[in-house]
Design a protein around this ligand. Structure first.
Ligand SMILES: [Zn+2]
Length: 241
């Protein structure tokens, strides 16, 4: 659709649904799941508990009848929703969340790699692609099973050879819209070991990668800055170029 501005005609992307959209704002694609009370991300890991610390009603006792606030409280396992793993998640001496350079998690040139209908995603999925310095997002479409029992079983993952390829190719960050970037058939986690060992952060449980298509974009997935903590939820998103 077209929108008239004082001097120019601007082509608005057809997927925009927000009424607050400005034609001068680049298009943003949200690549994150919503976190809510009781929601299970990882089988066997407890769901977040989201409640009031100070309820709106109780706050009126402090501020007055016409002035209320809400202060929430959340009990959250680090691996909840769409989250980022720093090297500390795997290695005691690896960089923790507070030590991650912003250059490794924000404003990264991105590439979305199609790997739908594959179970074990091998190095050949990346052959011929220029990955140096990029956030490499692997689209499996597994997010369609989010919050169903299917999500936890037979999910797509990367092979160790794929991780070696991504490391050798100089990827800055790797993301996937699946349950785990590693197979969980055994306790070994070669993809986590290789990527985090090379200080390449990992983002798991992404969604909406199908909206990126072939477009060029910048990727952002910034957790809060916590010492001695390896993983945390992020609002992962792409800015289309
Ligand atoms: Zn992980």
């Amino acid at each position: 659709m077209f929108s008239e501005t004082p001097d120019v005609w601007v082509l608005l992307p057809s997927t925009i649904t927000t009424s607050s959209f400005s034609p001068f704002m680049p298009q943003l694609i949200d690549l994150s799941h919503t976190v809510e009370d009781g929601m299970i991300t990882y089988k066997g890991v407890p769901a977040p508990i989201i409640c009031d610390y100070l309820s709106r009603e109780a706050s009126k006792q402090i501020y007055g009848p016409d002035t209320s606030f809400h202060i929430g409280k959340i009990e959250l396992v680090a691996n909840t929703g769409t989250y980022l793993d720093s090297p500390f998640h795997r290695y005691a001496d690896g960089k923790d969340l507070s030590e991650l350079p912003l250059e490794s998690i924000a404003q990264l040139p991105g590439i979305c790699v199609n790997a739908q209908n594959k179970s074990a995603i091998d190095a050949d999925s990346f052959s011929g692609l220029e990955l140096k310095g990029k956030a490499v997002l692997i689209r499996t479409d597994w997010a369609k099973h989010w919050r169903t029992d299917q999500y936890f079983e037979n999910f797509p993952y990367l092979t160790a050879a794929a991780a070696q390829h991504l490391k050798a190719a100089g990827a800055t960050l790797v993301g996937i819209d699946s349950y785990n970037i590693d197979s969980t058939v055994t306790g070994r986690r070669p993809v986590h070991s290789i990527l985090l060992g090379a200080e390449i952060p990992i983002v798991e449980h992404m969604c909406n990668l199908e909206q990126l298509g072939e477009q060029s974009f910048a990727f952002h997935a910034v957790p809060i800055k916590i010492k001695q903590f390896g993983t945390f939820p992020v609002r992962a998103y792409a800015v289309l170029n």
